[in-house]
Design a binder for this molecule. Structure first.
Ligand code: GLU
Length: 285
């Protein structure tokens, strides 16, 4: 089911792993403007499934910086860590359809396996998973689980694609209709070893639950949208439209990093005395 609506429900979905920088301000305002100009809604979501990297202090910083920029958002704010059961339900569905398999590999083992095979196909997220654990028998899987070896769950992409009856397409508002090619990411992890979810799974479920009709995100995540389209089909979720926007880079063309505090909104505000208008002038929206 494709959601077509003239008034867009958009979202900005940062992870509280550092202070927001001007790249985030661009992304937030991009989503905000499309919602407001169309008479729709702007949603802020906190993507905090990773307890090791996420901090409350940074979550508070997100509210502080966005409010200072003059943005307002729907309340209450959804924090992913409060909804792990939603991701678990989706995993169970995929599991019942036999579309997931446990993967016991460490990153090092994956690299070694790829080196040994002499063939190293890369996707946008790095090396494609070579499928080491895909063919394990149920007995071996059970033995490894019983031995306490940590495991993730990967999507069996071949099986998943075989389950799809019609050509999978999606609309990018800038580039037009796209044919989904989730195979560019290989057998992705949908449940991490340490967390019973992953970015790809939680973002797709949340966009559905929150009724997002237009997913705006940076163009570096264009490939991820192909996979999300597949997950929507497998889990019978709403299909939004997408708009991938340009990425703000530093003067050398590198992506801005949260660890570089000199470009954070907080630094620009508190240490350089910049105003919200200055920030809008920098991001050029
Ligand atoms: N939490 C993700 C990030 O901060 C959201 C990206 C998305 O819009 O899907 O990059």
């Amino acid at each position: 089911m494709t959601l077509m609506n003239d008034s867009f429900i958009t979202r900005f979905a940062p992870s509280p792993t550092g202070r927001l920088h001007i790249g985030h301000a661009y992304s937030a305002f991009f989503a905000y403007r499309l919602a407001k100009e169309s008479g729709g809604k702007f949603i802020l979501r906190i993507e905090d499934i990773d307890p090791e990297r996420c901090q409350k202090e940074f979550e508070d910083g997100i509210y502080e910086d966005l409010a200072w920029l003059g943005l307002d958002w729907e309340k209450p704010v959804r924090r992913q860590s409060d909804y792990m059961q939603d991701y678990n339900k989706a995993l169970t569905k995929l599991h019942n359809r036999n579309l997931l398999y446990p993967c016991f590999c460490t990153r090092k083992e994956i690299r070694q396996e790829v080196m040994l095979s002499g063939y190293a196909p890369h996707g946008p997220e790095g090396l494609l998973y070579p499928g080491t654990c895909k063919g394990l028998s149920n007995i071996v899987r059970e033995q490894k689980i019983a031995a306490g070896i940590p495991y993730a769950f990967r999507l069996d992409l071949e099986k998943a694609m075989a389950d799809i009856k019609e050509p999978l397409t999606w609309i990018d508002r800038e580039k037009g209709e796209q044919q989904a090619t989730p195979e560019i990411l290989g057998d992705v992890v949908l449940a991490r070893k340490d967390i019973n979810a992953s970015y790809h799974l939680s973002v797709t479920i949340d966009d559905h639950i929150q009724g997002i009709t237009l997913v705006t995100r940076g163009e570096e995540l264009f490939y991820a949208s192909h996979l999300h389209r597949l997950l929507q089909e497998l889990l019978e979720l709403h299909v939004p439209q997408w708009h991938h926007h340009k990425i703000i880079t530093d003067k050398d063309g590198n992506r801005l990093a949260k660890r570089d505090s000199s470009i954070s909104i907080q630094y620009l505000r508190e240490k350089q005395g910049r105003t919200p208008q200055d920030i809008f002038d920098i991001i050029g929206l």
